[in-house]
Each structure stands twice: as structure tokens, then as C-alpha cells.
Design a protein around this ligand. Structure first.
Ligand code: PFF
Length: 448
């Protein structure tokens, strides 16, 4: 007899966990910098539109399949398959999801490890440990391995504790802390000289940037940000009670994700221009705003240093925010292979978690040792190809392969009078035709 399956104890628990998965480095780092480089509010508007017309419907496909099947992605897709061909397709997509989730975690844990090191740095600084400070901010292989291991260990501890005591409890604790830290930081940064210029760059739309390239950047961002395609949302949906309305919860998750991305822009862009005012270079040699690791690991720390003692607290708050955001996302990624190992291979959670965690840590170590050749490649394979293609597969499963009656019956659970909603009238055919075509069109466009 296997252990009973975990379940979220409340809809708030689910909401915090799913929003926690969605809100991550993608929102606080990726979104604001992409907006800055792609016409400010022009990108924000396109992103908002895509989040609701494309990412939300795709999210609903995952949640609905997951809650119906109450199993991990491989078994869920097999379960709704209707013939031998769709079963092959189910295996491909199911295992594809596990592989891609693990690949994303393998690079995400490295970046999150940097955040942990930079969180430790102000403490070392405060105690005058300059040797430690140099090591923490020095980008050595040893530093990267150590902090990736620490971050992976934290992720494993939460996942080993299970759905309710691990994922739900920690997400419910960490998500409100994240919002409070974000708001405090915004209030502080907006009172600093130069902040208003940053706000302007962020909020003044420059529509000359509108192009297929911008559309694709916004779609990729929306898919990554809502954690789509790889089965994280599917597995979280599978732990959700049948008394809750899926369309409402899905919409709330999307709103929180988009809302926090937008709010993070109110922090990052003003902070960059405050840094410029304080004498830090914020443009690269080619005249573009610095957006990559240099922004988070050089520009912002340089800014915190100009702020004296207050800067120590601001640095701690900022990197704590980044670590929290990363952790609620990384646990959702690790849950994908772990739930598969528990349900398909019969391994206990306490054992499956360190085993799978170790395999992914080994992958991260390989990337660390071959950073220049592997990091960008893994990011691109998993997020630019893996996520959109798997997203199409999930929409095809929900729209074409799964029995229509079962899909509709699942939607009705927990939502009285759903037949009178716009969602009911639009989504079932939308997910069938519009979603896969839109995703594929953007994907093909991005290859050309
Ligand atoms: N949504 C996370 C972010 O925006 O940082 C990243 C992510 C989490 C991607 C979980 C994929 C995933 F399965």
C-alpha cells in the first residue's frame, strides 16, 4: 500500500504555492530588465495582454488536467489518452516535462546560489571580514558550487517535508514576506535622487519597439513566469481539492504573477537610475541598459554601498527577496521529478527527494565547471524550446485528446453556474485552436 497522496489544506495554500512557483527571478529580475530594453510600457502592455490571452488559458489546461488525474504529468497524460498513438505522445510530453523541469532547476539553482552568497555578503561586511566578502562576491567555482549546494539543500528540505508541511507551509510563510520586502524596498528607492528618471523609462511607452521580436520576448517571459509547460502547475493542480473553482484560482495566480512582475519594475528601474546618479555606469559599451548578471551582482551592490549603513539593510532586504522568490519557484520544479519517482517508481518521498536533488545538483555542477559553453545553452533549450513546445502539447491534450465531457465535468467542480460564464463559452474551443496556433506561430517566428 502506498502512502496517501498529499493535498493542499486550503485554497489559500494552493494559491500561495502556485503564485510562489510563478513569482521568481523571472518576475523580479527578468521582467523589469526586458521591459527596459523593449520600449518600457509598450512591452508591459503586450506582456499583460499575452499573459491573459495566452498564458492564462494554457495554465488552465495544466490545472484542469492535473486536478482531474490527481497524478504527476506522465501518468496524468497517459490517463487521459484514448489510443496507442496518444499514449506514445503522452509519454514523450510527460517525460519531456520532467527533463525540462530538471534542466530549468539545474541553472536556476546556480543563479539562486549567487543570491544566497550576496545575502551573506552584507553580514560578512558588517563584521569586517574582508576575506570572506571577496570570496562571497568573487564568482569562483568553489563559491558557486558551495552556494548552489546550499540552495539545493534548502529546496530539498522543503520538498522532503511533503505537500502540506513543506510546499504549502513554506509558500504561505514566504509569499507575504516577499510582498512586504518588495514594497518596503520600493518606498525606500523611490525617495532617492534619480528614481523618477527610472520610473519614466519604465512607464513611458515607446511603441517604436513593437515588433515580432518583442512579441516573442513577451511570450517567452509569460511562459517562464507562469512556470508553464513542464508540469509544475499540473502537479500543484493535482493536490487541489475539488471544491475550488479552477478558473477563478487560475486567474488569481495569473493576476498575482503579473502584479508582482509589474511592481518589481517599480523597484529595479528606479534603483538603476539611482545608481547612475550615485556614479555607477548603468549602460553597456554598446549603449544598452545593463540587464544580465552585472545588473544584480554589480550595479545594485555598488548602489547599496553608496548608501552607508542603510545600504547594509537594503542589501539584506533585496537579496532576501531574491532568495525567497527563487525558493518558492525551485520547490515547484523539484516536485515534478520527485512526484514522478514517488508515484511511478514507488520510492518514498524522504528518499526520492535527496536522490533526485543530487542528480540535479550534479547537472548544476557540470554547468558550473563549463559555464561559458553550457549555461546559455541549457537556458535556451529549456525555456525557449522546451517550455513552448510542451505548452502546445498540453493544450493539444486538453483540447483534442481528452474526452470533452470529462474536461467539462472537471471544470464544473467547485464552480456553480459556470455555464453562464464567459470562460465556459470561450476557453474550451480557445484552448483547442487558438492557444496551440498562437504558441506555434510565435515559436516558428522565433526560429526564423
Ligand atoms: N516562474 C519562475 C520565475 O518566474 O522565476 C520560473 C519557473 C518556475 C519556471 C517553475 C519553470 C518552472 F517550472
Amino acid at each position: 500500500m502506498s502512502a496517501p497522496r498529499g493535498q493542499f489544506s486550503s485554497n489559500i495554500g494552493f494559491l500561495m504555492a502556485a503564485a510562489g512557483s510563478a513569482v521568481g527571478l523571472g518576475n523580479i529580475w527578468g521582467f523589469p530588465t526586458k521591459a527596459a530594453g523593449n520600449g518600457g510600457a509598450a512591452f508591459v502592455i503586450v506582456y499583460l495582454l499575452l499573459a491573459f490571452i495566452l498564458a492564462y488559458p494554457a495554465l488552465m489546461a495544466e490545472l484542469t488536467i492535473g486536478r482531474h488525474a490527481r497524478r504527476n504529468m506522465v501518468q496524468a497524460l497517459r490517463g487521459i489518452s484514448t489510443g496507442p498513438i496518444s499514449r506514445i505522445f503522452a509519454n514523450l510530453a510527460g517525460f519531456g516535462g520532467i527533463v525540462v523541469a530538471s534542466l530549468i532547476l539545474s541553472f536556476y539553482a546556480i543563479v539562486a546560489g549567487w543570491m544566497v552568497a550576496y545575502l551573506a555578503d552584507p553580514f560578512a561586511n558588517f563584521f569586517g571580514m574582508s576575506g570572506a566578502t571577496d570570496w562571497l562576491t568573487g564568482n569562483s567555482t568553489g563559491r558557486n558550487l558551495t552556494f548552489t549546494a546550499i540552495f539545493s539543500g534548502m529546496t530539498m528540505l522543503i520538498i522532503a517535508a511533503g505537500v502540506e508541511k513543506g510546499i504549502e507551509r513554506w509558500s504561505t510563510l514566504l509569499m507575504p514576506s516577499l510582498i512586504i520586502l518588495l514594497l518596503l524596498l520600493i518606498i525606500y528607492v523611490l525617495t532617492q535622487p534619480g528614481a523618477m528618471t527610472g520610473l519614466e523609462v519604465y512607464l513611458m511607452p515607446d511603441f517604436s519597439h513593437l515588433s515580432p521580436k518583442l512579441l516573442i520576448a513577451a511570450m517567452g517571459q509569460a511562459f517562464f513566469s507562469l512556470s508553464l509547460g513542464v508540469g509544475t502547475m499540473l502537479i500543484y493542480g493535482s493536490y487541489l481539492s475539488q471544491q475550488e473553482s479552477l478558473p477563478r484560482l487560475g486567474a488569481l495566480v495569473t493576476l498575482i504573477d503579473v502584479g508582482i512582475a509589474f511592481t518589481a519594475g517599480l523597484l529595479i528601474l528606479p534603483a538603476m537610475y539611482v545608481a547612475q546618479e550615485a556614479g555607477t555606469q548603468i549602460f553597456s559599451a554598446s549603449g544598452e541598459l545593463i540587464a544580465g548578471p552585472d545588473l544584480i551582482l554589480q550595479v545594485l551592490p555598488a548602489l547599496f554601498e553608496t548608501m552607508g549603513t542603510a545600504g547594509l539593510f537594503v542589501a539584506i532586504a533585496f537579496f532576501a527577496l531574491m532568495v525567497i522568490a527563487s525558493l518558492t519557484s525551485s520547490i515547484s520544479m523539484l516536485e515534478v521529478p520527485v512526484s514522478f519517482s514517488i508515484e511511478n517508481l514507488g520510492v518514498r518521498r524522504e528518499l526520492a527527494t535527496p536522490l533526485v536533488g543530487l542528480v540535479i545538483f550534479t547537472l548544476s555542477s557540470l554547468i558550473i565547471f563549463n559555464f561559458d559553453s553550457l549555461f546559455g545553452l541549457i537556458v535556451s533549450i529549456s525555456t525557449e524550446y522546451g517550455q513552448p513546445l510542451l505548452g502546445v502539447a498540453l493544450c493539444v491534450f486538453a483540447g483534442w485528446i481528452w474526452h470533452r465531457d470529462q474536461l467539462l465535468a472537471e471544470l464544473k467542480k467547485g464552480h456553480e453556474n459556470i455555464e453562464h460564464t464567459l470562460f465556459w463559452k470561450i476557453w474550451p474551443w480557445y484552448v483547442r485552436i487558438v492557444c496551440p496556433l498562437l504558441i506555434l506561430a510565435a515559436f516558428v517566428q522565433s526560429l526564423s
